[in-house]
Design a binder for this molecule. Structure first.
Ligand SMILES: [Zn+2]
Length: 424
């Protein structure tokens, strides 16, 4: 791994401070030195990248990734993919997300027990390209919960493992830990598209939730929950679930309880999938009217108010929009930052800090990942333009001039601004 010196860059360091012009030296896999205010760095052995005024910022973190979901419109389609093909698809999707500037993924469920684990391991070993990755289990759900696509007369699977009772949840959680997951995913609430387990319904019970959390604690793992109903959010807080996805239908008591654990809990509303389902799914039969009748419009309205409230109360509300379905495909993940600005009253700076600095924290690497700071890991994007003026440029691959992960370029930038402009 060679050393790299970025010159003429605007550093967006993700501390929340305004960008500043600087030179930045990467040595090995870390940011060695930052020289501001016209300062220069002598590094004769380094490859010099003249940024020509481009923005240098931390790589993005996807807080709710599903690299093994297949961009299908049905859950049972995910279950029909054989393991061999599924492994290759997961590998491809991890690569696509890195191509889009996501240098880290926190998985929010794998479609089969070992998909995330083997891809995480292969990336870590340097065998395949991909982001840093925390691997999740499939979604542990109950009979008649989100992900149970069973038919009485034939076998059907989705992305879920069906468990009933604390003992079954405990056993499957232990098996998933044995297989090497970082995160146990549970589905305590339903979802509006599941007629037998709606979003406001809490379908797992306290003992089942407690059993999963007990296994996680004993093995140093984390629990992430699909928790849309107010009661499911409260159950998660009571049992120490650290990653609470959706949290859309919180009531006042749920908001208070979340505030009481604001320093340890992460909130991922996955606003991207809700918006896409409300307005962009008509090609798959989900017209705006159908989505409204299913309850998605109402949920979006309540979610917007609740996320604004949670942000006000100091919680880490993070982009990551459940990309991996037909109308919300993998590769569009950076749209969530724009949604945060348009729907949730985040400034572009706040959306970027959430997707980078807090991203480092959700990756459990907050002391060394997610900011442009001396000593931090060199996961960096060189962006043509200023994402603080228009955060949507992060969705444009041609604006991502360079993508560095762990000190090495996944996407090598042109050496000089002139070459950069010509390339553009
Ligand atoms: Zn999800």
């Amino acid at each position: 791994m060679s050393n790299t010196l970025f010159t003429q860059v605007q550093v967006l360091d993700a501390t929340g401070a305004e960008p500043y012009s600087a030179q930045v030296l990467v040595q090995g896999n870390r940011i060695k030195q930052i020289a501001r205010d016209g300062g220069t760095i002598a590094a004769e052995d380094a490859e010099v990248i003249d940024g020509g005024g481009a923005t240098l910022m931390p790589g993005l973190v996807e807080c709710h990734a599903h690299p093994s979901f297949i961009n299908s419109s049905s859950l049972e389609a995910i279950g029909q993919v054989p393991p061999e093909e599924h492994t290759l698809i997961t590998m491809k999707h991890a690569r696509i997300m890195l191509d889009q500037g996501f240098t880290s993924l926190n998985s929010a469920a794998a479609a089969k027990p070992r998909l995330d684990v083997v891809i995480r391991n292969a990336i870590e070993a340097g065998d395949i390209p991909g982001p840093r990755m925390l691997a999740a289990s499939p979604e542990l759900t109950v009979t008649g919960g989100l992900g149970d696509v069973s038919l009485p007369h034939c076998q059907r699977d989705s992305f879920a493992i069906i468990c009933d009772g604390a003992d079954q949840f405990r056993q499957v959680s232990r098996e998933m830990c044995r297989e090497g997951v970082d995160t146990l995913k549970i589905n305590p609430s339903g979802d509006e598209f599941v007629p037998f387990a709606r979003a406001h319904q809490t379908v797992m019970n306290e003992a089942e939730t407690a059993a999963v959390c007990e296994v996680a604690r004993s093995r140093g793992k984390r629990v992430a929950a699909h928790a849309r109903s107010a009661e499911s959010v409260k159950m998660c807080v009571r049992n120490g679930v650290e990653i609470i996805y959706h949290a859309t239908l919180c009531d006042e008591e749920a908001l208070d309880m979340l505030e009481s654990v604001k320093d340890t809990v992460f909130i991922g509303p996955t606003i991207g999938i809700t918006i896409a389902t409300c307005f962009e799914a008509s090609d798959w039969g989900v017209t705006e009217e159908v989505a409204a009748n299913l309850g998605f419009r109402r949920e979006l309205e309540v979610a917007v108010e609740n996320m604004k409230a949670l942000k006000q109360r100091g919680l880490r509300v993070m982009p990551g929009g459940d990309y991996g379905f037909a109308w919300n495909p993998i590769g569009a993940n950076a749209r969530d930052l724009e949604h945060f600005v348009n729907y949730l009253d985040f400034t572009p700076m706040e959306a970027i800090v959430s997707a980078t600095r807090w991203g480092g924290e959700i990756m459990m690497m907050g002391q060394e990942l997610g900011q442009v700071r001396e000593g931090f890991l060199a996961d960096l994007l060189l962006v043509d333009g200023d994402p603080l003026l228009d955060v949507s440029i992060l969705q444009d691959q041609t604006r991502l001039l360079g993508i560095m992960k762990d000190g090495g370029f996944h996407k090598q930038p042109p050496k000089h601004p002139a070459a950069r402009r010509a390339a553009a």
